[in-house]
Design a protein around this ligand. Structure first.
Ligand code: AMP
Length: 439
């Protein structure tokens, strides 16, 4: 006897992961198109890397003591024994690809952009998912501070053009040398206040001291406000680099806030760090994205020392903000025409006509399984088409077709051979009228 079926499957998406339904796609398309457009206009080329990487790649680069690696990665061992992780971010993958494909032989800096899902097993809450989307821009192979300013400018203008009100917060966390001096001073300061730290920060104190500066706990925030600042401990080279970045930003007329708390938390950052903040409800700042220079990353994974800088932006949060601000997103072009058919013979003719019209560049909608005209006209209305072509037995014998103006309901008989010209003529004059109205 067959085993009784076990529990029914849960018809729901995995916690922290969600569907992006058709209704939301126009907003997503707007962001995706803007990213592609900025990539093209600023000379960045698209790169897609696999969603899975060797776990060690992230351990080495993001850092074993970061929350991302120690608590949030989706890691597993394959049947073949490989230790893999779903990518929690993409910069490390881009750096891996840069080395693997010998991109250091290309003219430097190599400018790349990406767009795709990331995975972090974090506590889901508003604006925080376990699968979320990022786009990012990276310039690998150049140490000049002007590149930092260029990337900050891209991150700024891209969101501005979408219509968001944002602030750029910048800082410098120095290079490995001056930062290690600073970390000693910082650790000493926090050790003196250990009893006032939250449990997480007590734990982070010896592992990732910089992160104490961006803890959101009230007491820790107060301590961070009084903490020694890295700016006072930068070596001359890092200080000059930072000053030049700020000068370029002034030149570009990009307003920024100097914020010593922008430490980014990942092991691979050096020198310039920045976050793109939006001002949320009750004036609370929320990061939409962040970036920084990562001069040590390529050598951390075995490449020769290669300076680089880049940023990542969280698309889910950008979309949420667009929705909150009710930013108007044009719906995709309504389909040009709908074809309705009545009877088997007409359906055969209609099937061919759809292909013919599509091949000439029209957008054609139809519901071939429907039989009644009323049903089909209702569906045509829902699609928002301007014209419906109707074909039935009579039209087949006369080699004609009916063209119905969906707004006025007026129908005309036309010669089937002239159908393409007639539709084009009408759509052109419709567009001309609507352009005039817009003016
Ligand atoms: P990060 O590099 O971690 O600062 O991430 C850059 C941006 O990605 C953030 O500013 C967020 O907009 C977005 N982001 C990071 N983690 C999540 C998450 N769990 N859910 C949604 N968006 C996220």
């Amino acid at each position: 006897m067959a085993k009784k079926q076990s529990k029914q499957i849960k018809v729901q998406s995995v916690k922290g992961m969600r569907d992006i339904l058709p209704g939301e796609q126009p907003s997503w398309d707007l962001v995706r198109d803007k990213v592609k457009n900025f990539g093209q206009n600023y000379g960045f080329e698209r790169i897609d890397t696999p969603i899975l990487e060797f776990t060690n790649l992230f351990k080495r680069t993001v850092g074993e003591n970061t929350d991302i690696v120690s608590k949030e990665m989706y890691s597993f061992v394959t049947l073949g024994g490989d230790k893999l992780s779903l990518r929690p971010e993409t910069t490390a993958s881009v750096a891996r690809s840069y080395i693997e494909h010998g991109m250091l032989n290309l003219p430097q800096p190599v400018k790349l952009y990406y767009l795709g899902p990331q995975f972090r097993h974090d506590k889901p809450q508003a604006g925080r998912y376990r699968q979320f989307w990022q786009f990012g821009f990276e310039a690998i192979g150049d140490s000049d501070p002007v590149i930092d300013a260029e990337l900050i400018s891209i991150s700024y203008h891209l969101l501005k053009e979408i219509g968001l009100d944002i602030e750029i917060h910048v800082n410098s966390i120095g290079d490995s040398e001056c930062r290690s001096h600073y970390l000693k001073v910082l650790k000493q300061y926090y050790q003196g206040h250990r009893k006032d730290l939250c449990a997480d920060c007590k734990d982070r104190l010896n592992k990732n001291t910089l992160r104490l500066l961006d803890c959101k706990n009230k007491k820790c925030e107060n301590l961070a406000a009084e903490a020694p600042q890295i700016i006072d401990h930068l070596c001359d080279e890092c200080k000059n680099h930072f000053m030049l970045v700020l000068e370029y930003l002034d030149e570009l007329d990009i307003k920024y806030t100097l914020n010593p708390k922008i430490v980014r938390g990942l092991d691979y950052y050096t020198k310039t760090t920045w976050e793109i903040m939006e001002i949320g409800q009750e004036g609370k700042l929320q990061a939409l994205g962040g970036g920084g220079r990562y001069d040590d990353l390529i050598s951390l994974i075995g490449g020769r020392p290669t300076p680089a800088v880049g940023f990542a932006m969280g698309i889910d949060r950008v979309i949420a903000k667009m929705q909150e601000l009710k930013i108007k997103v044009d719906k995709p072009n309504s389909r040009d025409i709908y074809i309705a058919q009545l009877g088997i013979e007409a359906r055969k003719k209609a099937l061919n006509l759809v292909e013919e019209l599509r091949a000439t560049g029209f957008q054609v909608a139809s519901n071939m399984s429907k039989k009644g005209l009323k049903d089909q006209l209702e569906l045509a209305n829902k699609k928002g088409v301007k014209y419906t072509l109707i074909i039935g037995q009579k039209e087949i014998s006369d080699s004609t077709i009916l063209i119905r103006d969906m707004e006025s309901g007026v129908q005309e008989i036309i010669d089937i051979k002239k159908v393409k010209n007639e539709i084009r003529k009408r759509l052109d004059s419709y567009e001309a009228k609507s352009i005039k109205l817009k003016k």
